[in-house]
Design a protein around this ligand. Structure first.
Ligand SMILES: Cc1cc2nc3c(=O)[nH]c(=O)nc-3n(C[C@H](O)[C@H](O)[C@H](O)COP(=O)(O)OP(=O)(O)OC[C@H]3O[C@@H](n4cnc5c(N)ncnc54)[C@H](O)[C@@H]3O)c2cc1C
Length: 359
């Protein structure tokens, strides 16, 4: 098989990769999904145990398959895993599990995808849908090598069991930070360390879930360039529980500490405190190292693209980047819309190649 009649290779078997596969098939092309783990359900099984979606079932559905629950129900982590597993089985695409893309190199108008297990897979086009969970972001804080306590990222947090009775700091002001902080505060003494005050947004304004308003006003799908940075900054969706947790002092909040020492941290007022564990809930960066040989990334490892279409390499696109095109990019409800957008030019690129070469 040469690179022209090769399939479109999709790296990542999460909701973004599965949505991309639907769009590729609709465009009349063959698709192969490469998934590093043993099942095509994305990173959901590795999120913390108590995770409950902030988007209700009605706004957590993949293309053509409603989420099997009351539309107003907020699904739990394992419900999403089951749903995606079922969705993946319904697709007419080859899914290769335990196949990690290691590097991708150009091959004429197409590509060769090299996997960690040594396979070399020809691709007419590539869609990078590998998420960001395997690339947790942790800010550099002076003294962090000296700290003798437990230092982890929220990517490694599962449940509060190991923290009972401990003194814990959770760093961050987003949904994960406050959910984990609130959960831990039931069994431990917890401070949320943030650079800015926590900004809340009501989960159910006027008695309807926020997603209803995002959709009905068209906000969800507005081009990202139209939104001011204030609208895409970090908000915590809240029914009132998390605000109460902070207001009541059950969950303490302080400005970010300035340094670690062996025993704990130095707070911004110069005071020192013994700390058992620090959990960074400070987000993620796209996990795209396998694209480095293509020159598709900037020096920080971020993809060079417009709306998910690579600006450096024809035939390469992305699905699942945060704010890739709109507020709903990188959500269960938004991935397919972005997938369709990037697949249209990719499919044209593949068809052009066939015409050029006269196959
Ligand atoms: C705590 C939390 C709560 C969230 N809550 C919601 C919510 O309520 N509603 C909502 O819509 N969204 C929510 N999201 C956002 C988003 O829907 C999820 O992050 C989702 O998992 C992103 O899907 P994805 O397919 O883009 O990436 P992932 O789920 O990370 O999937 C990427 C897949 O690619 C695989 N992979 C990675 N590298 C390679 C490689 N080199 N080769 C092959 N495979 C590879 C991984 O194994 C993984 O299976 C939440 C996110 C988090 C972190």
């Amino acid at each position: 098989m040469n690179e022209i009649n090769a399939p479109v290779v999709i790296v990542g078997g999460g909701q973004s990769g599965l949505s991309a596969a639907v769009a590729v098939r609709e465009a009349g092309q063959a698709a192969v999904i490469l998934e590093a783990t043993d099942r095509p359900v994305g990173s959901w099984p590795r999120y913390y145990d108590s995770l409950t979606l902030f988007s209700p079932a009605e706004y957590s559905a993949m293309p053509g398959m409603p989420f099997p629950a009351d539309p107003e129900h907020y699904p739990r982590r394992d419900e999403v895993v089951g749903y995606l597993e079922h969705f993946a089985k319904s697709l007419d695409v080859e899914i290769r599990t335990d196949s990690r893309a290691d590097s991708i190199e150009p091959d004429g108008r197409g590509f060769i995808v090299h996997t960690a297990s040594g396979a070399a897979i020809p691709a007419s086009a590539v869609i990078a849908a590998s998420g960001s969970f395997s690339n947790p972001h942790r800010p550099v804080v002076p003294g962090h090598d000296d700290f003798a306590g437990q230092l982890l990222h929220s990517a490694d947090y599962r449940n509060p069991t190991a923290y009972a009775g401990k003194r814990v700091i959770v760093v961050g002001a987003g949904n994960s930070a406050i959910q984990i902080g609130h959960e831990l505060a039931q069994v431990a003494t917890v401070t949320l360390a943030t650079r800015q005050p926590v900004k809340f947004i009501k989960q159910r304004p006027r008695g309807k879930d926020l997603h209803h308003w995002l959709k009905s006003t068209g906000f969800d799908d507005l081009p990202i360039d139209w939104l001011s940075p204030a609208l895409t900054s970090t908000f915590v969706l809240d029914t009132g529980v998390y605000r109460h947790s902070l207001d009541s002092g059950a969950l303490d909040r302080r400005p970010m500490f300035t340094a670690f020492n062996a025993d704990g941290v130095v707070w911004s007022d110069g005071s020192r405190e013994h700390i058992d564990a620090v959990i960074f809930a400070t987000g993620y960066r796209p996990s795209l190292n396998y694209l480095r040989p293509l020159g598709a990334l900037d020096t920080d490892g971020m993809p060079l693209h417009v709306g998910g279409i690579s600006t450096t390499r024809p035939g390469l696109a992305y699905v699942g980047l945060e704010f890739q095109r709109s507020f709903s990019s990188n959500t269960l409800r938004g991935a397919y819309r972005d997938a369709r957008h990037v697949v249209a030019p990719l499919a044209a690129y593949v068809r052009d190649a066939v015409t050029v070469i006269g196959l």
